[in-house]
Design a protein around this ligand. Structure first.
Ligand code: TRP
Length: 345
């Protein structure tokens, strides 16, 4: 599926760009699956859309966490996204807790959100099962997510399959708010990336690449050095036979082909032809080389960004200011429609 066309006027003058928003929790390191499956596509939207990229620290505290890790991960996460090509000169890169409005709108939406809508959320069921004590913030997490989206009137929301149900809830809440208080919010559309970009573990190609992989060799991080990347690809599991071709009977080789296709932009069929007659070892080395060529500049940019806290804070500040202007526009409408007396200034 491709993203909707940006609007333009008859005179050829570009209309206001459609608004894109997506967010990620500041949890540790990004891996190749995050990069090829998501972040690379976000970067490509920056010229045609008004993009908002949020680091959602309010969401991060809905599960048990360590404060020092949250703070460090917020900086790291920003540096990693910038290294991957999210550009503060083009887009709003902001930290959720730095913009006033997310939690306020979340409260207002929570008051019209029936309990039953939240009780249906499969992610809540999965996450709460693992906890001894379930905070109510975990339960209302999808309402906060709806607020993130509606606060900027985003029409396009790039998300993974696992967030589709939350996005439907955001649409339902937007509709209910519009019905209750009159038309206010654009109904957000999910933008689910191409299925070809589904990257699996190098050690178990039947499960998604994930930082919680029981075998750390299955995950390639965007900050891995060339040596580590080469080692991980050399030890990647392959399949029986010796042909380099994609197919249901060859999950390992299929995964390596989609990784190679993701980093080179060449279709899988063309790659199969390139490696006709090559053995697995040669093929794996070629995949490693191509991944290194893509990720090494990312790692180097990350290393130059991550230790300059003042520079990262300046990015956070500018990002929050831009986002805040857009948030204020929405919130003054919302407060007026819901009957609040304007905040004295
Ligand atoms: N729940 C999302 C995730 O874990 C993160 C998120 C929070 C989000 N708010 C959002 C994603 C708004 C898209 C839009 O991946």
């Amino acid at each position: 599926m491709t993203a909707p066309e940006p609007a333009s006027t008859a005179a050829g003058k570009p209309a206001a760009k459609p608004v894109v928003l997506t967010c990620a929790q500041p949890t540790g390191k990004l891996h190749l699956g995050n990069y090829l499956g998501a972040v690379i596509n976000w970067g490509r939207m920056q010229d045609d859309y008004e993009c908002h990229f949020g680091i959602v620290d309010w969401h991060a505290i809905t599960m048990p966490y360590k404060p020092a890790d949250l703070r460090a991960n917020t900086y790291n996460c920003l540096a990693q996204y910038m290294a991957c090509g999210l550009d503060p000169a083009k887009s709003h890169l902001f930290v959720q807790s730095h913009v006033i409005g997310h939690t306020e709108l979340s409260w207002i939406l929570g008051c019209i959100c029936p309990m039953g809508w939240l009780e249906r959320m499969t992610q809540f069921k999965d996450k709460s099962k693992k906890l001894e004590s379930v905070g109510s913030g975990l339960f209302t997490y999808p309402v906060l997510m709806a607020a993130d989206i509606l606060l900027y009137n985003a029409s396009v929301v790039p998300v993974g399959e696992d967030q589709k149900q939350h996005l439907e809830l955001a649409r339902d809440l937007a509709e209910k708010f519009n019905r209750t208080y009159s038309d206010t919010f654009v109904l957000p559309q999910p933008f689910i990336g191409k299925s070809g970009a589904r990257i699996m573990s190098l050690q178990d190609p039947t499960s998604k690449m994930s930082k919680s992989d029981p075998n750390p060799a299955g995950v390639v991080y965007i900050t891995d050095t060339p040596d580590i990347i080469r080692k991980k690809f050399r030890s990647a599991v392959t399949d029986s036979g010796s042909e380099v071709r994609a197919g249901d009977d060859k999950p390992g080789i299929t995964n390596l082909l989609s990784i190679l296709s993701g980093v080179t932009g060449r279709p899988v069929a063309a790659l199969e032809a390139d490696f006709d007659g090559a053995n697995y070892g040669k093929f794996k080395d070629a995949v490693a080389d191509a991944v290194i060529a893509t990720l090494d500049p990312v790692r180097l940019r990350y290393e130059s960004l991550v230790n300059d806290k003042a520079a990262l804070e300046a990015v956070m500040k500018a990002g929050a200011e831009g986002a805040q202007r857009n948030a204020n526009r929405t919130m003054s409408k919302v407060y007026r429609k819901t009957g609040f007396v304007e905040r004295p200034r």
